[in-house]
Each structure stands twice: as C-alpha cells, then as structure tokens.
Design a binder for this molecule. Structure first.
Ligand SMILES: [Mg+2]
Length: 379
C-alpha cells in the first residue's frame, strides 16, 4: 500500500504539568518530561507514539530519547510502516538499548497503520478479549490520613483496584499505612485488588521488616521491594512471606522474565512499553508470562499522556489474562496532549473502536509544550 511509506519522523520533547507530584522511592515526578514521536506517511496521515523520560528505569532522558529517535529515523524513511517486525529488528541491529525511543517509534507506526487501514490499534496486535478494564488507582504519600482519604474518594468514584506506593519511610510506618488503607478498602465489602509498590526502595532487611510488619494479610501483591538486579534478595523476600511478589524495575526483556521465574522470585510482573522496547514485545512478554503461570500488570510510566496510555489500553485489551490490572497515567496530567482525555467511567476505561490509538492529538498544544535542547557546559 503506497500510503504506508514513511515520509517523516520527528521526535518532539514536551514538558507537561502534573495535577500533583507523584512520590515514589528514589523519584518524585513533578512534571512529565516525555518525548512524542510524530510519523507521517506518504499520504499525509500522522501517527503518534510516546515515551516518558525514565533515567532510573531505562536510562533515557528527553534529550537522549530525542537523539535516539533522530539517529534511527533515516534508516526508517521510505520503509513500509506496517512492516513492524523488520523495522523493530532493524532498530535493534542499529542501536543497543534505548528501549523507550524504540517503543515510541513502534507505537507511532501502529497508530499510523491503524489510521490508514481504518483499524483500532488492538486489531494489529491480536484479538479483543475485553473492552472495559478496571484501572489501578495509585496512592502514595507519607501521610496516612491523606492516603485513607484518597483511597475512599477513589472507591466512591468506582475504583476497585489500588496500588499503594511504599518505600517512602521506615518499613514499619509504610506497613502500618498499607494496613490502614487495605483495611479501609476491604471493609467496603466488595471484591477489590490492593497492592503495594516499593520501587526498589528497600534493602532486603527492610523489605523483610515490611512484610513481617504487614503480616500475612491478603495483599494481592508487593512490587519490586528491592533493587531490580538483586534477584537473590527478591527470592529471600518471596520465601519469607505469603504476599505474592512482583517485579517491575527488574524486567526489561523476556529473558529477565525467565530468569525471575527460574529462581522462583516472583508470582507476577509489571510490563511497560518503554522497558521492553514496544507494544509487540509487550504482547510477546505476556504470552511468555501466560506459559510460565505469572500474573500480569500492564502499566505506563508516571507522567505519560493519553498517547502511551491508549497504547497500553490496546495491549491490555488483547491479553488472555490481566490479573494484576492496568495502570494508566494520563489522568495525572494537568494538561494532556489529547483533545479529549481517555474516558474513565467508574474507575474503568473503555476501549475505543476508532482507528489507531483512537485519540486526537492536539498538535498546537504539543508545539506549545515543546522543549528545545542546547548543549551546555556545566561548571
Ligand atoms: Mg512499579
């Protein structure tokens, strides 16, 4: 199809305001520094992709994401946009790592091809298994009263899946806060998922103190209690508690998933496009998890807009199982790049049947938020 020839590829770094800063162990996200990728085909159709800067997760900043997209762009020009596998292989052969930049390009290609061929993005990845998905409400501060208030507000708004950020204070204080929120939510009666995420914030000893202080309550999972590379530490925590342990920062490939499973370190994993290098890699990783009996959480990186959020939603729609839920981040932005934010109904998101990502990017807003880079001497 002639219209599918790639005519131009442009990385656009943006800095978007957040409604409020999101606190995690080791990082507080006060502004969303993301790179959008705009790909135009020969017939003038435009597709969009996105990756958040994630210096402590993928090693990528907005400047390096932009540079990597520009580096890869010339070899992609004039290719057929729908030749996904060959394009991904070509990018991997040309540039090691840089999974966020590759994910943003691959996402934009899927949006573009969906638009040109009139198909929703999920149809390019597989079969639709669900069209209304419960969203995880992310709660996190060092203030227990504030967390309880927020949990109750989200519950009242219809949310039935929760993630509490921990690793922010002493393990016993984190455990007490998790307990309080967990009790409050469970007291509401209906079925709900309650998890905690330490974002690598504990040493093994601290993680053991957290799980001991929490007790063997029915927390659905505890994510990345210790450093992502410390598989033996993760295994020690897993062996000491009945709480299922999940990995996030430790998972950057299917090989990482297999390593975690082989050591019986985790019961499940959190998957992000920027870690795995694209939507197809995410779908492949999910197939592997299914085979290995691992639970799955699909997630965006904090601060990602409706572009990456819609892409994660399309992936989630195709999976056989999604036991640990879907985390979207666009609703944390005070200003999104989409004309209409993704619609949330009672804590659930509904899949769009419109072509591509199913959103309209407001390009004038993108240009207003665009950041330029200048090499500078630091002294
Ligand atoms: Mg996480």
């Amino acid at each position: 199809m002639g219209g599918l020839r790639i005519k131009s590829i442009e990385p656009i770094a943006v800095s978007l305001p957040m409604k409020k800063p999101v606190m995690m162990a080791g990082e507080t996200v006060a502004r969303a520094d993301n790179v959008l990728v705009r790909i135009e085909s020969a017939d003038g159709t435009v597709g969009w992709g996105e990756a958040a800067a994630a210096p402590t997760m993928t090693g990528e900043t907005t400047a390096s994401l932009s540079a990597a997209v520009s580096y890869l762009a010339p070899m992609l020009l004039q290719r057929a946009a729908d030749d996904f596998e060959t394009t991904v292989a070509a990018m991997d052969a040309a540039l090691y790592g840089n999974t966020g930049a590759k994910a943003a390009i691959e996402m934009a290609l899927h949006d573009l091809v969906g638009r040109v061929t009139g198909q929703p993005l999920y149809a390019l990845l597989g079969e639709r298994r669900r069209s209304r998905i419960a969203l995880l409400a992310v709660i996190g501060s060092t203030d227990q009263a504030a967390d309880l208030r927020e949990a109750q507000q989200r519950w009242a708004a219809g949310y039935r899946a929760f993630k509490i950020k921990v690793g922010l204070s002493a393990p016993e204080a984190d455990a007490a806060r998790t307990q309080a929120v967990w009790r409050k939510l469970k007291a509401n009666g209906a079925q709900c998922l309650v998890s905690a995420d330490a974002n690598q914030g504990y040493t093994v000893e601290e993680a053991l103190r957290y799980t001991a202080a929490f007790g063997d309550g029915a927390l659905d999972f505890l994510e990345q209690p210790v450093h992502g590379k410390d598989l033996h530490g993760m295994a020690r925590v897993a062996a000491a508690t009945a709480i299922p342990i999940g990995a996030d920062e430790g998972i950057h490939s299917s090989a990482d998933i297999e390593r975690h499973r082989a050591l019986e370190v985790v019961a499940g994993v959190s998957l992000k496009a920027i870690k795995l290098g694209g939507l197809r890699a995410m779908v492949d990783a999910c197939r592997l998890c299914d085979r290995l009996g691992l639970k799955i959480n699909i997630s965006c990186k904090t601060g990602e807009s409706s572009v990456a959020s819609a892409a994660a939603l399309h992936v989630a729609a195709t999976l056989p199982a999604l036991d640990w839920g879907l985390t979207l981040t666009s609703h944390g932005l005070a200003e999104d790049v989409a004309l209409e934010p993704l619609p949330i109904e009672s804590g659930h998101i509904v899949l769009s049947e419109r072509p591509g990502l199913g959103i309209d990017v407001d390009e004038s807003r993108v240009r207003r938020r665009q950041q330029e880079f200048a090499a500078r001497k630091v002294a």
